[in-house]
Design a protein around this ligand. Structure first.
Ligand code: SF4
Length: 263
């Protein structure tokens, strides 16, 4: 995989842009004034990525230190972000608006996002939601900010520090980010564009599973889909979802061979 990435770096000369929760790079922005620096992730990304650290709670003006937050399902079934002191403050709408605004203002052109796990703002599917009595009603929800980013950019590779437990996990995330950037830069619109793009990235799919790559081949051939816009949207959604699967050992060898064949 790294030969692919190094080829891409040499071709473009630019690092990928990755959004990251500010506390993960060591900014003292947590509710208690602390941070959660993850040196393995930050150091592993240093050579290939420009990090864009953001703490949505601080940027909303909540201050440091600040009351901790919780996600609560209200009587109408909506999930709200409130302070844990019984809900004296409700940040739901402001946080949802902030996510939209930051996508337009500072996250344009990013290729991935690493969020802090188990945060009411930043979690990627591992924060509980309670009801007004304090019972857990949803085990694995998104934080409100992360949910907003995901809704704005549904194919953007996203993860958290728990999923990036080893340098190999970081490598595979970086790979997904490079594929996503190649997609953004290719500006695929027509079926011909799509076939060209698929040829460039097919080895990444085949490294997961040859069946997955073959399914993408069939999709690109347009089997059963008339509308090219729908085809393009379905392709990138399926590609990015499939790339979340770790590479097998056999697939890794095949991908390296493919990288050398294409140099
Ligand atoms: S998890 Fe998100 S909101 Fe909480 S301190 Fe880190 S960056 Fe800020």
């Amino acid at each position: 995989m790294y030969s692919t990435i190094l080829n891409e770096l040499m071709k473009t000369g630019t690092a990928i842009k990755i959004g990251i929760s500010g506390c993960l790079i060591g900014e003292k922005v947590r509710y208690n004034g602390g941070h959660k620096r993850n040196s393995m992730i930050v150091d592993s990304l240093a050579a290939v990525a420009t990090l864009i650290p953001i703490c949505p709670e601080v940027e909303l003006g909540m201050g440091v230190p600040r009351p901790p937050l919780a996600l609560v399902k209200d009587m109408s079934g909506d999930v709200r972000m409130i302070t844990r002191d019984g809900g004296s403050q409700d940040f739901t709408i402001r946080m949802e608006q902030f996510a939209v605004q930051i996508c337009n203002d500072r996250l344009s052109g990013i290729s991935g996002y690493i969020f802090k796990a188990r945060s009411p703002s930043c979690a990627v599917g591992d924060i509980p939601v309670h009801n007004l009595r304090g019972d857990v009603v949803l085990e694995n929800s998104f934080g409100l900010y992360a949910r907003g980013i995901h809704q704005m950019m549904p194919n953007l590779p996203i993860t958290d520090e728990i999923r990036l437990a080893t340098p190999a996990d970081v490598d595979y995330f970086v790979e997904r980010a490079f594929v996503y950037r190649a997609w953004l830069r290719s500006r695929v619109q027509t079926e011909k564009d799509l076939r060209n793009f698929h040829r460039q990235v097919r080895s990444h799919a085949a490294a997961r599973c040859e069946t997955f790559a073959t399914e993408l081949d069939q999709l690109v051939d347009g089997t059963g889909i008339e509308d090219s816009t729908a085809l393009v949207e379905r392709y990138i959604a399926e590609l990015m979802r499939g790339l979340e699967t770790p590479v097998t050992e056999a697939g890794h060898v095949k991908e390296i061979r493919s990288d050398f064949d294409s140099t």
